[in-house]
Design a protein around this ligand. Sequence first.
Ligand code: SF4
Ligand code: SF4
Length: 95
Amino acid sequence: MAVMITDICINCAACIDECPVEAIVDEDDNPTGEDTYYVYADKCVECVGYHDTPACAEACPTEGCIVWAECVEGMPCREDVPAEARAEHAPVIED
Ligand code: SF4
Ligand code: SF4
């Protein structure tokens, strides 16, 4: 994983165009069948090299919707994120 969109997503589309690597798809293209937006973990670079924080989470109006998940082998991974935050799926943006 990388970052993950949770089931409180309201399908507002604010995140999708913010992603620099087109890792996000809408509910129609969600491969899990869930009726929410979805992040392809094998495409997400956690915005490393693009932004200081994940742009999708910055844009998301739904508090706690986008959370940290485990790093994907071979993909960029933010080293400043505590392992516990990834294990517990802590929100990327804490209010
Ligand atoms: S963290 Fe960055 S690269 Fe990953 S899905 Fe969000 S906007 Fe895209
Ligand atoms: S910005 Fe947040 S609530 Fe809106 S579609 Fe993306 S993840 Fe869902």
